[in-house]
Design a protein around this ligand. Structure first.
Ligand SMILES: *Cc1c(COP(=O)(O)O)cnc(C)c1O
Length: 436
């Protein structure tokens, strides 16, 4: 692999973008602020590879931040989008495709008795919270430090990844009044949850969490944690919301709810999904128990709407992706497990040989190499990572043709299009990058 990639054209495009867009981007982490250097501008992608404006080819290890489970330009999704586009991109009226995709989602997520489609994960989480508050008639929300649930005002408290990367406590522009009903507690700490319910009796509407955290880097729930949350919320009359926007369809076809089925002690009341469910197009969905979902307008008093919600192109892409997943699940998930284990463990071994302290957290096809010797089980331990070392590693890998997520506090993703050849390329690049 060439050591001397040119990024000249991308640098030019970045300068041009900066004239029109703050930081040259439409989502902050894309600017590479945490790792330095010019972000490559992408021209196209296919399978496991990204091609940039300078003609460089990268093994994609962030998968558009999650959606690209089946690889880029997945042919059935491309065909479905083309066909739908020919029939007009939007109607603002119902189409059969919405119930078609809902049926596929429900086959993966039986807990989602009814659901509503929106256009992003942010919308799904924000709407689920409003619904939980409307249903219970209570104001408070418990979330966890390092968990990200989109950028709605009330949820932008100790929200991991982008926010952590930029060292902003929450965000400017969010009035204290807006977050006064948001309680941010440490992850993997049931005693903190009990204490919050004691402090605010019958005032907490819901507990929302990433059942496997991806937005502080990958952090797993300790044994008993998810079941503990289920038991506490049930006892307290609060709703339990699994935000599976990232892990949905990734950890298993039924996400965390399928992966941890035997240890949950009951299903969540509401679930939010995004990313993979749209096959690469902008889709989010929230759903759960029918009696709760029927609180939504037009049946109930909780308002929620969207001009492009259930968009026919997005539904078509989602149907193509989920159909392929369901048909191929017996091969897809074992392959993801093998490929990702080979990459994650292979690089961990190379780091150990170099005497570099690395903690590798992985579930299926998502993982993080934390540059710390400590066990990472919450945001505080994730924050012990040497982010400078991560930044050097990121640049070293990029220069060797491997594009990792550009922050220590983000999960890396492997797709079904990744195989032995990509494992080789990543390990080869890491051998040299770790040395350097
Ligand atoms: C990405 C993400 C969101 C937000 O989704 P957007 O589509 O970016 O608005 C919410 N929750 C989790 C867990 C996510 O990973």
């Amino acid at each position: 692999m060439s050591m001397a990639l040119s990024f000249a054209r991308s640098a030019e495009l970045q300068r041009r973008a900066e004239r029109f867009l703050p930081g040259g981007v439409d989502s902050p982490v894309r600017a590479f602020g945490a790792v330095g250097g010019h972000p490559p501008f992408v021209e196209s992608a296919k399978g496991a590879y990204l091609i940039d404006a300078d003609g460089n080819r990268f093994v994609d290890m962030f998968g558009s931040w999650g959606p690209m489970l089946l690889g880029h330009a997945f042919p059935p999704a491309v065909a479905a989008i083309r066909e739908a586009a020919g029939k007009s991109a939007s109607f603002g009226a119902s189409t059969a495709s919405e119930a078609d995709l809902a049926e596929l989602v429900q086959r993966c997520y039986p807990s989602m008795e009814k659901m509503r489609f929106v256009s992003s994960g942010t919308e799904a989480c924000m709407s689920a919270i409003r619904l939980a508050r409307g249903f219970t008639g209570r104001p408070f929300v418990i979330k966890f430090e390092g968990c990200y649930h989109g950028h709605a005002d009330a949820l932008l408290v100790k929200a991991g990844s982008g926010v952590a990367t930029f060292g902003i406590p929450g965000s400017a522009g969010v009035p204290a009044e807006t977050v006064m009903h948001t309680l941010a507690l440490p992850y993997n700490d049931l005693a903190a949850v009990e204490a919050a319910f004691d402090a605010y009796p019958e005032q907490i509407a819901c507990v929302i969490l990433e059942p496997v955290v991806g937005n502080a880097g990958t952090i797993l729930p300790e044994p008993g944690y998810l079941a503990g949350l289920r038991a506490i919320t049930r006892k307290q009359g609060a709703l339990l919301i699994f935000d599976e926007v990232m892990v949905g369809f990734r950890l298993a076809a039924g996400g965390a709810q399928e992966l941890f089925a035997n240890e949950l002690g009951g299903l969540p009341d509401l679930t939010t999904l995004g990313k993979i469910v749209g096959g690469g197009l902008p889709v989010g969905v929230f759903g759960g128990r029918a009696e709760i979902m029927d609180f939504l307008a037009p049946l109930g008093p909780v308002y929620q709407a969207g001009t492009l919600s259930g968009n026919p192109l997005a539904m078509a892409a989602g149907i193509a992706a989920l159909s392929a997943l369901l048909a191929g699940r017996a091969e897809i998930y074992p392959k993801l497990e093998r490929t990702t284990a080979a990459i994650a463990n292979g690089v961990a071994r190379l780091a150990a040989e170099q005497g570099i302290a690395l903690t590798t957290n992985r579930v299926g096809s998502m993982f993080t190499w934390f540059f710390t010797p400590e066990k990472v089980q919450d945001f505080a331990t994730a924050a012990t990572s040497d982010t400078e070392a991560f930044a050097r590693f990121h640049r070293g890998m990029l220069e060797r043709g491997v594009w990792l997520p550009p922050s220590q506090y983000e999960a890396a993703f492997v797709s079904a299009a990744h195989g032995d050849a990509e494992v080789e390329l990543v390990l080869e690049a890491a051998r040299e990058a770790l040395k350097a």
